[in-house]
Design a protein around this ligand. Sequence first.
Ligand SMILES: [Zn+2]
Length: 71
Amino acid sequence: MAKLKSCPFCGGKAELFKHRSFGQPDYGSYSVACGTYDCIMSDGGSSYATKHEAIEAWNRRRKENGNELWQ
Ligand SMILES: [Zn+2]
C-alpha cells in the first residue's frame, strides 16, 4: 500500500480516518486529513471507499497543491 505523505501545507503528519454510516455496519469510508489541529487540511475533505483510494487521493492532492520541498 502506498505510504501517506506529509501534509502539503504544514508538513505535519497525515492520518487515515475510517468513517461509518449509521445503520450500515459493513459500510465504511476512508479519508485522510492532517493531524495538526488548526491546519487547513485537518478537515479531511473527500472520503473514499478504500484505504488505498484515500491514500492515493491524498498524495495526488499533495502534488497538485503542495510543492516538493516537503518530503
Ligand atoms: Zn497540515
